[in-house]
Design a protein around this ligand. Structure first.
Ligand SMILES: *Cc1c(COP(=O)(O)O)cnc(C)c1O
Length: 222
């Protein structure tokens, strides 16, 4: 079951890439296991998946005790500074950096572990109050400050589109993130590359808009 669903998702990713004239390996699939158990997560890994995503540190830590480094772990949900220790210990990427205070805490913990923590800056492209992430117009100043931290490596940006019936209506938010990245790279002379955008309902549109990381849960585990 899980194997079939992963196959189907991978096929869709490959088709989208082909249509967009991009290499099939330019999009990384992250299986979001927040509604799956460790056994199902292991099944996904057995299908060749390398990356797992969790949105809560507690769940991340709990699955990590079972699965360990068989997966590359991504923290995709909001991170409180008091949970930074476990998050930095386990995560190959923290995708939800959204404040200077959090950056400082991650940097400090990564330094203590002798690690450089890969992160994505979460952007609230929709302006919805229910969503985390920095406002697009705050990103430039934020990066100026945070890029000084030596134990954080900012790889790019993450966003969540609003929940919409028609995935086409998510397109403007994905496009906004790509344009923001390109603008930032031009202004700052940087090379932020990763765009983490697209979930079960809208990943195809996200890939058309340049996504390089899709985070998929329901389409695989439900
Ligand atoms: C749950 C979640 C996903 C996966 O959503 P699905 O609709 O299950 O594919 C992706 N990103 C974040 C931040 C999530 O919390």
């Amino acid at each position: 079951m899980i194997a079939d669903k992963i196959k189907a998702v991978k096929l869709k990713i490959a088709r989208c890439c082909e249509q967009a004239g991009r290499p099939a390996d330019s999009v990384r699939l992250i299986c979001v296991t927040k509604e799956a158990d460790a056994g199902q997560a292991l099944e996904a890994l057995a299908c060749g998946v390398k990356d797992l995503g969790e949105n809560r540190v507690q769940e991340l830590a709990s699955k990590y005790t079972i699965i360990g480094d068989k997966a590359a772990w991504h923290l995709i949900g909001h991170l409180q500074t008091n949970k930074v220790k476990d998050a930095v210990k386990i995560s190959s990427m923290i995708q939800s950096l959204d404040s200077v205070r959090l950056a400082k805490a991650i940097d400090k913990e990564a330094a203590r572990l002798g690690k450089v923590q890969a992160v994505l800056v979460e952007v609230n492209t929709s302006g919805e109050e229910s969503k985390f992430g920095l406002k697009p117009d705050a990103i430039s100043d934020f990066l100026k400050e945070v890029s000084l931290y030596q134990h954080i490596d900012i790889k790019g940006f993450m966003t969540m589109a609003p929940e919409v019936e028609d995935p086409e209506n998510a397109r403007p938010y994905f496009r906004a993130l790509r344009e923001l990245r390109d603008k930032i790279n031009a202004i700052h002379n940087t090379r932020y590359s990763i765009l983490s955008m697209g979930m079960s309902n809208d990943f195809e549109v996200a890939i058309e808009e340049g996504s390089s990381v899709v985070r998929i849960g329901r389409a695989i585990f439900k």
